[in-house]
Design a protein around this ligand. Sequence first.
Ligand code: GLC
Length: 523
Amino acid sequence: MSGWWDDAVVYEVYPRSFADADGDGVGDLRGIIERMPYLASLGVDGLWLTPFQRSPQVDQGYDISDYCDVDPLFGTLADFDELLASAHENGLRILVDIVPNHTSTDNPLYEAALAAGPGSPERDMFVFRPGRGADQSEPPNNWISVFGGPAWHRAAPDSATDTEWYLHLFSPGQPDWNWENPAVAAYFERVIRFWFDRGVDGIRVDVAHGLFKAEGLPDSPTVPTVIDGLRSNPLAMDQDAVHEVYRHWRRVADSYSPGRLLVGEVNLEPIRSARYTRPDELHQTFAFAFAKLDWDAATWVSVGGHLEEVRQSTGSAPSWALENHDIVRTATRFGGGALGRRRARAALVALLGLPGAVYVYQGQELGLPEVDVPVAERADPMWQHGGVSRDGARIPLPWVSSATGTHGFSPSGAGRPWLPVPEGWGRYSIQVQEETPGSDLRLFREATALRAALAADGAFGSGDGVRWGVDGDSRLIAERGRGVRIVVAMGEAAVPLPPGEVLLSSEPLVDGMLPASAAAWVR
Ligand code: GLC
């Protein structure tokens, strides 16, 4: 079923780092409400808000203890309703994040399970198992957590009689739900209906390829290593039973008028990921094969070409992204410094020229680089358990350029922000970029406006295919249906443009040539 989302540009808001209205150093819902004019000015179709529900914030909100309430850190349900109404008045859709693979050890249902003890129906909501070895002091199997370290902890380490362990594929604060138990499915149906009834336009499903585990929880035959989004432990992901969950959620989403969007974080090979977007399942999954690309034309062409083959054979179109709150910022990934930033802006222009939905992460429109957060200030549990920090992509947004302080993230006089703002951060600020002709921000707005205009006049068609190619000097050409070509100069030299009208370019042309590290749309 087609909908507003097919070719939408969705902007990911990471509330902790967007805008802090109450001055506690952490962004909040009121901060988002106050900055709604900025969000509306971006020319995007919707906002995906990462978790703001009740949570002890062990994994910055991806450890949810009450799925149907707002954490006091971010505000109240009334604030959320106001945010939603304001977004809708500004023509912006709202997606909320739902985390069905795991919860928080602070969830009252988990607390009840601990209290009820082994063998109880309360424990059956989660994955509790006896340990191995004579005194059950070994974990039930050899799985390791995505964040590093064992995927099991003792339920009651101080108890002599309760020797069970609980499974947590992420941090120990995030126990996995037992999806074999129908009560879990019923619980989540109430959760998604709660948000749909409130008027949200869709949900982003966290770790959507998780939920079910291989029967009997066998040892993993591969040597446990730190894993990429579960990929290296197929026993803990992509089990067939999960599809029935999304078929059901889809029926629920479709029963609303207008229908609601389901977009999944499915970090799998494209051909496996496509199974999650069959016509009666999720509408979209992020194209992870593409999301982590470096600046290399040959790889873009092979990954893009493969995604196109999968689209043709399965009907499952990629939803594009190059950044999110878990991934190193493109300005840094593409080489860092001025060159990396120039490439990042070219990549964003290329992305916005592609058919299908595009997901953009806050700060990407400003060309923010990754920040090397001092070790003592890193907050990411993945750093604590696995030595990989995602903090550098989560630095508070710079709103204005000021000599000191948080550059408008927090009100003046507020305490320290939850992650340190680096010196000189103000030069990337929204205020500076609003005032600077040719800034990343201005280019972003130009690109979203043009994308919308081209869609309106039929030059950008819904469901267009893409033919990916590369020729001399690493000139990448993504030719979409109806004769529009996206050209990226990924080598060291300027490249000629194919004949036609240049609709947009990320840098001024020089003697009719597209300079190195730039992108253009040509019709
Ligand atoms: C997803 C989120 C990530 C989180 C993890 C566990 O990958 O994007 O931030 O840590 O799930 O919920």
